[in-house]
Design a protein around this ligand. Structure first.
Ligand code: PHE
Ligand code: ZN
Ligand code: ZN
Ligand code: ZN
Length: 289
């Protein structure tokens, strides 16, 4: 896969921060900062040649949105999806949670376009609404698909928190989920191994949007740089950073700003996304990329 420059991902995070700042300090479900975030990501994808749609749903009377972007081409009956939630909590701008995964996915999608990738599988990206209210957007999306459409989705890879300031390199465990994918797990692990970064598996359970797909029997995977959990001494030994301190000390707080991002973590996790998409979806090119 091509290398994604972290500066491009950070530029998207700066835009999401500005959106929050201009809209009361957050990008939460039901607030103007969320819709402005959807509009920002959608405009970039439209300009890059994606087929986008904004799918509306309601949660207890409040309107929410999922953004779906299809890259034209590939086998329509074998879809690889990648996604993450674009909403923040109400208490802050949500730059690590989950501007980081959202911005990484966006830059990977834009790189697919720049390279005019011709994948074997059809590629679809999703930015979910109302994750923070209980995986509402992703669950709504999966439940809205007819069985025949669901069956076409052969895998879903999730990115929720990738730039934690005291980062971990967690890969979702395929064995701890109803439909964990060993292939997605091993592909993500292989990327980190290629850059000499040790990983740990983590059982994310129902804590992020992959769970909506897993519950529908779709194979899932993902990566995660850590939230409120504290880094152990052994983890600090292998990953650097501070033992006894939360992976993200600003988790769900107003200080989850662009200052709350570890650029090296953001870069590595974003490139894990790219590597996985290029590797799993396959390419019809004969020259390795
Ligand atoms: N989904 C959680 C949140 O948005 C964060 C999280 C991500 C927790 C991945 C565990 C694993 O608050
Ligand atoms: Zn959160
Ligand atoms: Zn999150
Ligand atoms: Zn690669």
């Amino acid at each position: 896969a091509p290398t994604i420059p972290v500066a491009a991902v950070q530029a998207h995070l700066n835009q999401l921060q500005q959106i929050a700042t201009a809209n009361g300090g957050n990008r939460a479900h039901g607030r103007p900062g969320f819709k402005a975030s959807i509009d920002y990501v959608k405009a970039k994808l439209d300009a890059a040649g994606y087929q986008t749609k904004v799918l509306e749903f309601t949660n207890w009377g409040t309107k929410g949105y999922n953004l779906i972007a299809d890259w034209p081409g590939g086998d329509p009956n074998s879809i690889l999806m990648a996604g993450g939630h674009l909403d923040s909590v109400g208490s802050g701008p949500g730059i690590n949670d989950n501007g980081s995964g959202s911005a990484g996915l966006l830059e990977v999608a834009l790189t697919v376009s720049k390279q005019q990738l011709k994948p074997k599988q059809h590629l679809r990206f999703g930015w979910w609404g109302a994750e923070e209210l209980g995986l509402v957007g992703s669950t709504n999306y999966v439940n809205s698909l007819p069985a025949a459409e669901k069956a076409k989705i052969k895998g879903y890879v999730n990115f929720d928190m990738t730039g934690s300031p005291n980062p971990a390199y967690f890969v979702y465990s395929s064995s701890g989920q109803p439909a964990g994918s060993e292939k997605l797990q091993s592909t993500l692990e292989a990327y980190f191994k290629s850059i000499n970064v040790p990983t740990e598996t983590t059982n994310v359970g129902g804590r992020s949007d992959h769970a909506a797909f897993a519950r529908a029997g779709i194979p899932t995977g993902g990566t995660f740089s850590g939230a409120e959990g504290r880094k152990t001494a052994a983890q600090a030994q292998k990953w650097g950073g501070q033992a006894g301190v939360a992976f993200d000390k600003c988790y769900h707080q107003s200080c989850d700003t662009t200052s709350n991002i570890n650029a090296q973590s953001l870069e590595r996790h974003t490139n894990a996304i790219a590597h996985t998409i290029w590797t799993v979806a396959g390419t019809t090119r004969t020259v390795p990329v």
